[in-house]
Design a protein around this ligand. Sequence first.
Ligand code: SF4
Ligand code: SF4
Length: 86
Amino acid sequence: MKYAITDKCVGCHACLLVCPSNAVFADPDNPKQFMIHPRRCTGCEDKFADPQCASICPVEEAIVNESAMAVNPLGSLTGIELRREC
Ligand code: SF4
Ligand code: SF4
């Protein structure tokens, strides 16, 4: 597994359209939840400098790398910094 989709996914189809490995598919039980086939995903390393799914995904924390770290963490797309209550 290189990348995975979390439950933050809203099923917008964008990643499915750009994946060069046909690794993205909709959860048959939940069409608003997309998934990445763990054996098909190459991480795009053979074709692109960046994972295309994460590059196009409009939702923060929807795609994680193999270390389970969000490729687009909170605030990275919106520019809105997180405010944590102390
Ligand atoms: S990293 Fe690349 S190959 Fe893997 S799911 Fe995303 S777009 Fe497809
Ligand atoms: S681009 Fe992001 S929000 Fe859209 S289907 Fe893929 S993972 Fe889900």
